[in-house]
Design a protein around this ligand. Structure first.
Ligand SMILES: [Zn+2]
Length: 357
C-alpha cells in the first residue's frame, strides 16, 4: 500500500501535499435513534473504505476533545450546560430533529475538538490538508441551540480558534445540500471570515437567499449560491470554478475550511439535486488546485451531511482520489444554467467589490 507522500510525480511539484485524516471510534457511540438518517453506520462505512479499500495510507490520528473555552467561544454557557446534562440521560431531544444519547456529548466535544486539532496541524505545517471524519455534524448549530442533527458548530469553533491564533482571512466553503445557517450567523458581520455556501434554498433551514450577503464590516463577505432542483455535475463544477476561483484569488484566505456534506448526491434520501460522486471529486480537485497544490492556503474539511451510505462512501472515495491526484476532472465542464447563477452572484456582490473586482 503506497503512502500518501509517494505521489509527487503526479503533482509535478517537489513536495507532495501532506494529507491527514482525523477519525475516532467514539464518534460511533453517538446514537440518534432508530431510522434517524444521521446514523453511526454513515461513518463506519467510510472507516471501512479507509481500512480495506482505499489504496493510500494517510496519518489517521484519533480525535482530541475541544476545551470548554473553545466551545464557549461560539456557544452560550447555558446551552453548553444543557448539552453536558444529556450525558446523565439515556435519550434527550435537544431539538425536534436532533437527539442525544448518554455518549453524544462526548462525540460532540470530540467533533469540535477534531476541527480545532485540524487547524493546529495545518498552522504548524504538519499537514497541508486535513479531513475530519466526524459526527455529529455542525453547520446548523447556533450559539444557543441544536438543530439539523448538529449539536456544536464544529467549523465555527475551528474558525474562532483560527481567529484567536491571529488569522485575519478565513474562507469557509459549504457545499452541503443545506444552508449552514449556524455558520452564516456566527460570522455575518465580520470580514475576517468569508462564508460561501451553495445549497437548495427550499430545503431546511430555508435561509441563505442571494441577498443575504453580510452586514456592517461583514457586508460582501457572505456569498449564498441558491441551487435549483436537478442541478447536475457540470452545473456544479462550472459554478464553483467561476465563483470560488476569484473569491480565493481576491480574498487570499490564510486557511480554507470546508463544510463537506454529500447530501446533494442524487441518491441521497434528502436530495433534490442530481449530483454524482464526480461532482465532489471535481470540487475536491478545485480546492486542491486553489489551495495546497499552489502552495496556497491549507485546507480543513469536516464531514457534514450525506445519508445514503453507498453514495456517501463513493463521494469520499472520489474526493480522496482527487486529493491524491489519482483521478483527473472535467475542468472544461460548461453549463448555461450555472452561467446564469454566476451572473446573478456577480450582480448581487458587485457593489461590495470583495471578489468581483
Ligand atoms: Zn445537509
Amino acid at each position: 500500500m503506497p503512502a500518501a507522500g509517494g505521489l509527487c510525480h503526479i503533482y509535478g511539484v517537489s513536495a507532495p501535499p501532506k494529507i491527514g485524516i482525523i477519525r475516532d471510534q467514539r464518534f460511533l457511540r453517538h446514537l440518534t435513534g432508530l431510522s434517524h438518517p444521521e446514523s453511526p453506520e454513515r461513518l463506519s462505512a467510510i472507516y471501512r473504505l479507509l481500512d480495506y479499500e482505499f489504496p493510500v495510507d494517510f496519518p489517521q490520528p484519533p480525535a482530541q476533545p475541544a476545551t470548554l473555552e473553545q466551545i464557549e467561544a461560539v456557544h452560550r454557557p447555558s446551552y453548553v450546560q444543557m448539552v453536558l446534562a444529556t450525558a446523565r440521560r439515556r435519550f434527550t431531544h435537544l431539538a425536534a430533529d436532533t437527539t442525544a444519547c448518554a455518549d453524544s456529548c462526548l462525540a460532540a466535544w470530540l467533533a469540535a475538538g477534531s476541527c480545532v486539532q485540524g487547524v493546529d496541524a495545518l498552522l504548524a505545517g504538519e499537514l497541508d490538508l486535513c479531513l475530519a471524519l466526524v459526527r455529529p455534524p455542525g453547520h446548523h448549530a447556533l450559539p444557543e441551540r441544536a438543530g439539523g442533527f448538529c449539536i456544536f458548530n464544529n467549523l465555527g469553533i475551528a474558525a474562532r480558534h483560527a481567529l484567536q491564533r491571529g488569522l485575519k482571512r478565513i474562507l469557509i466553503v459549504d457545499w452541503d445540500l443545506h444552508h449552514g445557517n449556524g455558520l452564516q450567523q456566527l460570522f455575518y458581520d465580520q470580514a475576517e471570515v468569508f462564508y460561501l455556501s451553495s445549497h437548495h434554498l427550499q430545503s431546511f433551514p430555508r435561509s441563505g437567499d442571494w441577498q443575504e450577503a453580510g452586514q456592517g464590516p461583514g457586508l460582501g463577505y457572505t456569498l449564498n449560491l441558491c441551487l435549483p432542483a436537478g442541478f447536475n455535475d457540470a452545473d456544479m463544477l462550472h459554478l464553483y470554478r467561476e465563483v470560488l476561483t476569484p473569491v480565493v484569488e481576491r480574498y487570499r484566505p490564510q486557511i480554507i475550511l470546508v463544510a463537506c456534506g454529500f447530501d446533494g448526491h442524487a441518491d441521497d434520501p434528502l436530495s433534490n439535486l442530481a449530483l454524482s460522486a464526480e461532482a465532489f471529486g471535481g470540487l475536491a480537485a478545485l480546492i486542491m488546485a486553489l489551495g495546497p497544490r499552489q502552495n496556497g492556503a491549507p485546507v480543513l474539511l469536516a464531514l457534514e451531511g450525506g445519508y445514503n451510505q453507498a453514495a456517501l462512501t463513493a463521494c469520499v472515495r472520489r474526493m480522496l482520489e482527487a486529493f491524491t491526484g489519482a483521478q483527473t476532472h472535467a475542468w472544461s465542464a460548461r453549463s448555461g444554467l450555472a452561467a446564469e447563477l454566476v451572473a446573478r452572484a456577480r450582480t448581487v456582490h458587485r457593489p461590495f467589490r470583495v471578489w468581483t473586482g
